[in-house]
Ligand binder design. Structure first.
Ligand code: ATP
Ligand code: MG
Length: 348
């Protein structure tokens, strides 16, 4: 009997509806070639679901997802709906309920881009705690004394496990780890972060360099070749990954794996970019991030060979000059996918 994987698909909003079918077609093609099956369970959740039912996903949405092997997400976000509804109504609850505490974001210069900066970095973003917290509030609304408080929550366990994950990746690569910090301005949580990161790195035998986030941002632009594995809190990791993708050529290329490394619940794979309402529905979306995210998903599902072949096909297509407008090309989303599929057909 052939191997079978059950994957929940939330194409979601905007260009999610364009890049997700593109990625699924590529996965189906490698699945046929490598003799496994993927059952796609399509979920029409997202902003349209919110407009129709008042919630981004059904009440038992998490229970539905729990029975699958992985989740593939396009994007959630809508210009007419506040971000706290779209993000906190779907993506953040999934990350937390399923303990997807690692957000792994590889960024690499795409081939075929004239004058592109060389970068090959793995951003390991803490994904369930930190600055993204519900604790806090708004007080004295509308008064001259109005104020807002937002608490960041860091736990020893949380910092330890993300650093351990980053350290293990670092050992497979150059063995140097950079940790993003801001301990000169944020005087409680960040010194704690630095301390625990160092303890774990020492125990793992990995060299760690704590770099202030402002200087690190500049380094991403000025000396991206000096970076390898970067471990960062939820907020810093989010910002650095968009920055890294921009350095590499476009936000349309960066994938993201929200991993539950203990495999006690499904992991979620998605492009880093959002719903891009400005280009949605026009066939302009770069499918690279979604295809790369799909390759990471195959890898996680144990289909390592298929994952590598898919990523190769995607990169060689870019190298041959087939690319969307954000990368300086003229191809549509569909033309990019057709070219990747053609290359997958040629693989022996
Ligand atoms: P959201 O609220 O869903 O996060 P956003 O507008 O804040 O959406 P993105 O969707 O990430 O953020 O878009 C940022 C910019 O990058 C937009 O100008 C968008 O057109 C562009 N962009 C994002 N993804 C892609 C892609 N896959 N291909 C081409 N351009 C993209
Ligand atoms: Mg956004």
């Amino acid at each position: 009997m052939s191997r079978r994987h059950v994957v929940d698909v939330i194409a979601g909003d905007g260009i999610g509806q364009e890049v997700v079918p593109a990625a699924l077609a590529c996965v189906d093609a490698v699945a046929r070639r490598f003799g496994f099956e993927v059952e796609w369970r399509h979920r029409d959740w997202g902003s349209d679901h919110y407009r129709a039912h008042g919630s981004m996903m059904p009440e038992d949405g998490l229970d539905q997802l729990r029975t699958g092997d992985a989740i593939f997400l396009g994007a959630v976000g809508d210009p007419g709906i506040p971000d706290d509804v779209t993000l906190w109504g779907l993506l953040i609850p999934i990350r937390r309920a399923f303990q997807q505490y690692v957000n792994l974001r590889p960024v690499r210069t795409v081939p075929g881009r004239e004058g592109a900066t060389e970068i090959d970095v793995l951003i390991v973003r803490e994904n369930v705690e930190g600055e993204y917290s519900e604790i806090g509030g708004r007080y004295g609304r509308g008064t001259p004394d109005e104020l807002a408080v937002q608490e960041a929550i860091f736990t020893r366990r949380g910092i330890e496990r993300i650093t351990r994950y980053a350290a293990s990746l670092s050992k497979e690569r150059t063995g140097t780890l950079i940790s993003a910090t801001k301990s000169n301005g944020i005087i409680h949580t960040m010194p704690f972060w630095d301390e625990v990161v160092r303890e774990v790195a020492d125990a793992e035998g990995v060299e760690v360099d704590s770099v202030l986030i402002d200087a690190l941002a500049a380094r991403f632009v000025l000396a991206p070749g000096s970076l390898d594995v970067v471990v960062a809190s939820n907020l810093f990791g989010d910002i650095l990954s968009d920055l890294a993708a921009a350095v590499a050529g476009s936000i349309g290329i960066a994938p993201s794996a929200n991993l539950n490394p203990d495999r006690s619940a499904p992991s979620l794979f998605e492009p880093v970019h959002g719903s891009a309402p400005d280009i949605a529905g026009k066939g302009l979306a770069n499918p690279t991030a979604a295809i790369w995210a799909a390759s990471m998903m195959l890898d996680h599902l144990g289909e390592e060979e298929a994952a590598a072949v898919l990523l190769d096909a995607c990169f060689s297509s870019l190298a041959s000059g087939v690319s969307t407008r954000d990368l300086g090309g003229t191809a549509s989303t569909q033309e990019c996918v057709d070219d990747v599929l053609r290359r997958l057909d040629e693989v022996d």
